[in-house]
Ligand binder design. Structure first.
Ligand code: RB5
Length: 153
């Protein structure tokens, strides 16, 4: 069970609470990096950055980010090399984001996904392995340094 780091903004707080309770029932190890309430408006990049830093500092760990739509958190997290954040609002994408993309951060929209579906998305995302092989070759090409070298040769 890889350690999970969770973050949200005010619009994702209630769904994050649902997911924290679900992780507790699974005895899944996690750390909640905020925010801490739905009433105070906060800036989603701050919480995306906390989770990104924690995932990069702890090899093998993964993260979950939740804002209103999931869009802001995805944009913020995917600016960092080594982060593969997948916005998943249904089960097929959640499964494929692990099988083909080795997503290390799951993003959801707290104003989009209901609590029951969100629990299922988290379960599928946590338990689906990466297939590797040709998909690893493609992930290697996400690194700008790798792309640059390919252009030169
Ligand atoms: C907050 O109102 C909202 O803009 C934010 O949670 C997120 O949806 C941004 O992408």
């Amino acid at each position: 069970m890889e350690k999970l780091f969770l973050g949200c903004d005010h619009a994702g707080f209630e769904l994050k609470e649902v997911i924290l309770r679900y992780l507790a029932t699974l005895s899944w190890p996690y750390q909640d990096l905020g925010c801490d309430c739905a009433e105070t408006s906060v800036h989603y990049p701050h919480y995306a950055h906390k989770v990104v830093q924690a995932v990069l500092d702890n090899p093998g760990s993964r993260g979950i980010l939740i804002c209103g739509t999931g869009l802001g958190m995805s944009m913020a997290a995917n600016r960092f090399p080594g982060i593969r954040a997948a916005l998943c609002q249904e089960l097929y994408t959640a499964r494929m984001s692990r099988l083909h993309n080795d997503a290390n951060i799951l993003v959801m929209g707290g104003r989009i996904v209901g609590s029951g579906l969100a629990r299922e998305i988290v379960h599928v995302w946590l338990t689906t392995p990466f297939e590797g092989g040709r998909h690893q070759e493609r992930l290697n090409l996400l690194d700008p340094d790798t792309v640059q070298k390919e252009k030169i040769s």
